[in-house]
Ligand binder design. Structure first.
Ligand code: ADP
Ligand code: MG
Length: 453
C-alpha cells in the first residue's frame, strides 16, 4: 500500500517540471501532506500564510493537475496555514484513523455521481445495466470482457464509473484501473519515446501498470483505430489479463465490427458479452431529468421537465445541458424555481443565437470537408452512394439546426422538391435511431459546426 508521504513525493516530482527552481524550493517543497479527509480532500499544510497565498495565487492550476494525476481526478485539496493547521488538528480524529491513500487513489478515479443508483434504467439500456451490475458483483467470472457500445452521450462512461464505484466500495482489495483509450495510447507512446537507456524501463513500467491489475477499464476504445503500435500493445495487455481471469471492461461508440481493428482483436472482444444501448424513450428521458434535477438541486416545474424531455435529444449530455441552461436562466432572473416562461426564454435565446451564427453554407462546407466531396457534388445531381449519403446528412443537419422552410432547403440543393428534402431528413432521422455509426457521425458533425461558429 502506498503511503501518503510516498504519493506526495510523486506530486512534488511532477511539480518540478512546472515551476521554477526558486518557486519550488521556496514554496512548493515546503508543503506537507497531513491526511485525506472524508476520502475526498487532501489536507496540506503550508508553513506560513504568505506561502499559502503565493501558491494559491500562482500555482493552483499546476498543483491541481499534479494532485489529480497522482491521487485521482476526484480528489480535492485544501491548504492550511499554521493557525488553521492547529485548529484542524485539534478538531480531527486520532492519527491511526487517517485514510489509506492507496484505496483513495482507486476511488478517486471515479466520478462519485456516476453510480448505479443514479443511473435510470429503461428499455434502451436495461441489458447493459444488468450486465454492468453482474460484472461489478462478480468481476472476472461472468462476461469477460464486457463490451458496451452506444452513440455519444448515452451513459457508457457513467456505467463504467458505476462499476468502479461499486467495486471500490464492496471489493476494496481489488486493484482497479480506469483509463481512456487516449490516455493509454499517450502513455504508451511516451514510454516508447524515452531515450538514453531508459526506454526499456519506461515500457516495463507501463506494462506493470496495466497488467498488474484485477480490473482494467478502457473508455472509448474506438480511438485505437489506425494506431498500430498501441493496438499491438493493447492486444498483449488484453491476453495477459484475460488468461489470468482479470476483468476487462471496454466502451466504444460503435460495435466491434464497426471499429477499425484487426479480426484477432474483434475475436477477443467477442469472447465475453457485447451489449449496446439505444436512445432512451420519452419516459426514461423524463426520469433521467428528474434524477439529474434532484442530484443537482435544480428546482423546476414538471411541465418544464416535460418540455425538455419531449425534444428529440439523441444525446443525454446535451439534454442535461438544456436542463442546466433553463435552471441557470431562472437563477439569473433571481428565481429559485424554473417555470415554463424561463424554459421558453432560455430556448428562444438558443435559437436566435444559432440562427445568427450558423448558415446553410457553412453546414454544407463542413459536411463536404468531412466526407471529402465538393460543393458542386453535394448540391448537384450525382446519385452515387458517396455523394447521396453526405447530401442527405447535410439536408438533415440544416433542417435540424436552422429554422428554414423545406422549400428553401430544396432550392439550396439545386432546386429539389420539398418532398425529396423531407424524405432525406426522415431517412437520416430514422438511421440515427437504429445505427450507432450514423448517430456518431451526426454528433461529430454537430460539434464541428458548433465549434466553427
Ligand atoms: P457516453 O460515455 O456514452 O458518451 P456518459 O456516460 O458520459 O455518455 O453520459 C452523458 C451524461 O448523461 C452523463 O451526465 C450521464 O450521467 C448521463 N446519463 C446517460 N444515461 C443516463 C441514465 N440512464 N441515467 C442517468 N444519467 C444518464
Ligand atoms: Mg464516454
Amino acid at each position: 500500500m502506498q503511503e501518503l508521504e510516498e504519493m506526495w513525493q510523486k506530486v512534488l516530482t511532477k511539480m518540478q517540471n512546472f515551476v521554477s527552481a526558486i518557486t519550488f524550493d521556496l514554496w512548493i517543497a515546503k508543503l506537507e501532506p497531513i491526511e485525506i479527509k472524508d476520502d475526498e480532500t487532501l489536507i496540506l499544510w503550508a508553513p506560513s500564510t504568505l506561502a499559502k497565498n503565493q501558491i494559491l495565487k500562482n500555482n493552483i492550476n499546476q498543483l491541481t493537475e499534479c494532485i489529480h494525476e497522482v491521487f485521482g481526478e476526484y480528489i480535492h485539496f485544501e491548504i492550511l496555514d499554521k493557525d488553521e493547521k492547529e485548529k484542524y488538528l485539534a478538531s480531527t480524529k486520532p492519527a491511526e484513523e487517517l485514510a489509506k491513500p492507496a484505496i483513495i487513489a482507486d476511488r478517486a478515479q471515479f466520478n462519485p455521481k456516476y453510480t448505479f443508483n443514479n443511473f435510470v434504467v429503461g428499455k434502451s439500456n436495461q441489458f447493459c445495466y444488468a450486465a454492468a451490475h453482474a460484472v461489478a458483483e462478480n468481476p472476472g467470472t461472468k462476461f469477460n470482457p464486457l463490451f458496451i457500445y452506444s452513440g455519444v452521450g448515452l451513459g457508457k462512461t457513467h456505467l463504467m464509473h458505476a462499476i468502479g464505484n461499486y467495486l471500490t466500495e464492496f471489493s476494496p482489495n481489488l486493484n482497479i484501473k480506469f483509463v481512456t483509450c487516449e490516455k493509454f495510447m499517450n502513455e504508451y507512446i511516451e514510454s516508447l519515446g524515452v531515450t538514453e537507456g531508459g526506454k526499456e524501463k519506461a515500457v516495463f513500467e507501463f506494462r506493470e501498470k496495466y497488467r498488474n491489475v484485477d480490473v482494467l477499464m478502457i473508455d472509448d476504445i474506438q480511438f485505437i483505430a489506425n494506431k498500430n503500435a498501441t493496438k499491438e500493445e493493447f492486444f498483449h495487455t488484453f491476453n495477459d489479463l484475460y488468461q489470468n481471469n482479470k476483468q476487462i471492461i471496454i466502451t466504444s461508440d460503435r460495435s466491434p465490427s464497426e471499429i477499425d481493428v484487426e479480426d484477432r482483436l474483434k475475436t477477443r472482444f467477442s469472447c465475453g458479452l457485447i451489449q449496446d444501448m439505444q436512445i432512451p424513450d420519452f419516459e426514461t428521458r423524463m426520469a433521467i431529468l428528474k434524477k439529474k434535477a434532484q442530484i443537482e438541486r435544480f428546482y423546476l416545474d414538471d411541465e418544464v421537465l416535460n418540455f425538455i424531455a419531449e425534444k428529440p435529444f439523441t444525446n443525454i449530455r446535451e439534454m442535461e445541458g438544456a436542463l442546466s441552461k433553463v435552471f441557470f436562466f431562472a437563477t439569473l432572473m433571481g428565481k429559485k424555481t424554473a417555470n415554463m416562461d424561463d424554459a421558453r426564454e432560455a430556448f428562444k435565446e438558443d435559437i436566435i443565437e444559432k440562427q445568427e451564427r450558423i448558415t446553410p453554407e457553412n453546414i454544407i462546407n463542413i459536411v463536404c470537408e468531412y466526407f471529402g466531396i465538393t460543393q458542386n457534388e453535394i448540391t448537384g445531381k450525382k446519385k452515387s452512394k458517396e455523394i447521396v449519403e453526405p447530401r442527405m446528412i447535410a439536408i438533415y443537419l440544416i433542417d435540424d439546426l436552422l429554422d428554414i422552410p423545406l422549400v428553401t432547403i430544396g432550392k439550396i440543393f439545386g432546386g429539389r422538391d420539398h418532398t425529396t428534402i423531407m424524405h432525406s431528413r426522415d431517412k437520416i432521422g430514422d438511421q440515427i435511431k437504429k445505427d450507432n455509426k450514423m448517430s456518431a457521425i451526426i454528433n461529430d458533425l454537430k460539434s464541428k459546426i458548433g465549434k466553427n461558429n
